[in-house]
Design a protein around this ligand. Structure first.
Ligand SMILES: O=C(O)c1ccc[n+]([C@@H]2O[C@H](COP(=O)([O-])O)[C@@H](O)[C@H]2O)c1
Ligand SMILES: Cc1cc2nc[nH]c2cc1C
Length: 359
């Protein structure tokens, strides 16, 4: 694995870390799109040797990179993949096909280069980092009350904000956390309403009894956390997990540092949806890589008005879907950077009179 593996320790000295209130204030003043870079990229695109729009969403992707890097042409030599791993109290309720210990074991697998994401990161020359969020201290079981204190949630969000720095060209976000599709389902139900069954699915592959336990856990979580319905950050604190709070923080930090973000599957998108609920423009610098096989993901994408790039029926998590966008983005960029213009190639433009034609 290139890059690091970090342990998030709980320090008592939290001075300097932003509180949820401060995160709320940052959100009120987010930088907008760089329209100058967007225009410059669009103008170049229009001269290139193809019918206008013929590269479809590849053109859209170059525009998006330019807009949110604030640079025309945009670059993609320094992409990073970050996985946040979190332990969920609700995982004790028989809501996953795997035991809670798998979260830490998979972190070890990421470190040893054994996981799917290691192969994709290596193939695409991306800097892969894994941040383990206090796995020895799972969040509280949210069916009994809030998963996290304000302090733990804010610290996790602040930790997520520190996972990037200006100069990165792209951040692919992913998660690892046994039980987190239940947490994400509860979060979605709190943010967007609807019955628990709208948001619950098989996750890692539970059977129909497991689905019933997941629905019951989501319903109990909403009943035990009435304040979750009053505010998106409160929903995250009550029903989320540390990896989800960290993803939220990383998304905000990327906006401030002009780093475009690629979101992965269901849990990752649910964490992002907290920001969407607080301000629908907060995810304008994010794309969603794929529509996960987890059935709630399609509904969630509709709720946050995002169209995924791929529908590959993946449901792995660990940023695997997000990593697949790197070669696609590079393909889009290679065309944008290296194609000739009509003039350079000596090709007639649309509607140009045939040479020697009589009018
Ligand atoms: O990315 C997805 O949409 C996705 C769908 C199902 C499962 N996962 C992964 O599986 C874990 C959560 O599943 P579960 O069944 O334990 O809630 C977590 O580590 C996720 O990364 C991921
Ligand atoms: C094996 C395994 C790998 C994963 N990667 C992300 N979530 C996961 C869940 C399991 C169970």
């Amino acid at each position: 694995m290139s890059g690091h593996h970090d342990h998030s320790h709980h320090h008592h000295d939290d001075e300097g870390l932003p509180s949820l209130e401060e995160i709320r204030r940052v959100l009120a003043d987010l930088p907008g799109p760089d329209l100058e870079s967007a225009t410059a990229a669009m103008q170049r695109e229009q001269t290139l040797l193809k019918p206008p729009g013929a590269l479809g969403r590849l053109e859209e992707l170059v525009q998006w990179l330019a807009t949110w890097q604030g640079k025309a042409p945009p670059e993609l030599t320094h992409p990073r993949i970050v996985i946040f791993a979190g332990a969920h109290g609700v995982a004790q309720r028989g809501v996953s096909a795997y035991p809670p210990a798998v979260t830490g074991q998979m972190v070890q697998a990421f470190i040893n280069g054994h996981a799917a994401i290691n192969q994709l990161a290596e193939l695409h020359d991306a800097d892969l980092r894994v941040h383990e969020m206090d796995l020895d201290h799972p969040t509280a079981d949210f069916t009994q009350g809030p998963a996290m204190s304000e302090e733990v949630c804010a610290r996790a969000a602040a930790y997520g904000m520190m996972a990037i720095e200006p100069g990165l060209h792209l951040l692919c976000l992913g998660e690892m956390g046994i039980g987190n599709t239940t947490s994400a389902a509860a979060l979605c139900a709190a943010l967007f309403g609807g019955p628990a069954s709208d948001w619950v699915g098989p996750g890692t592959g539970v059977d129909s009894e497991g689905i019933k336990r997941k629905i019951a856990a989501v319903e109990a979580g909403l009943a035990a956390n009435p304040t979750a319905l009053t505010d998106p950050f409160e929903a995250l604190r009550c029903l989320g997990g540390q990896e989800l709070a960290a993803i939220m923080g990383a998304i905000i930090a990327c906006r401030l540092a002009r780093v475009p973000v690629v979101l992965d599957g269901f849990a990752c998108t649910a964490a992002a949806a907290v920001l969407y609920k607080a301000d629908p423009k907060a995810l304008d610098h994010c794309i969603v890589a794929h529509r996960s096989a987890e059935p709630g993901h399609a509904r969630l994408l509709t709720a946050i008005n995002k169209r995924p790039l791929f529908e590959f029926d993946m449901r792995l998590g660990e940023a695997s879907g997000a990593a697949l966008t790197i070669p696609v983005l590079r393909s889009a960029l290679a065309c944008h950077l290296n194609m000739a213009t009509f003039a350079e190639a000596g090709v007639s433009a649309k509607g140009e009179k045939p040479a020697g034609s009589v009018h």
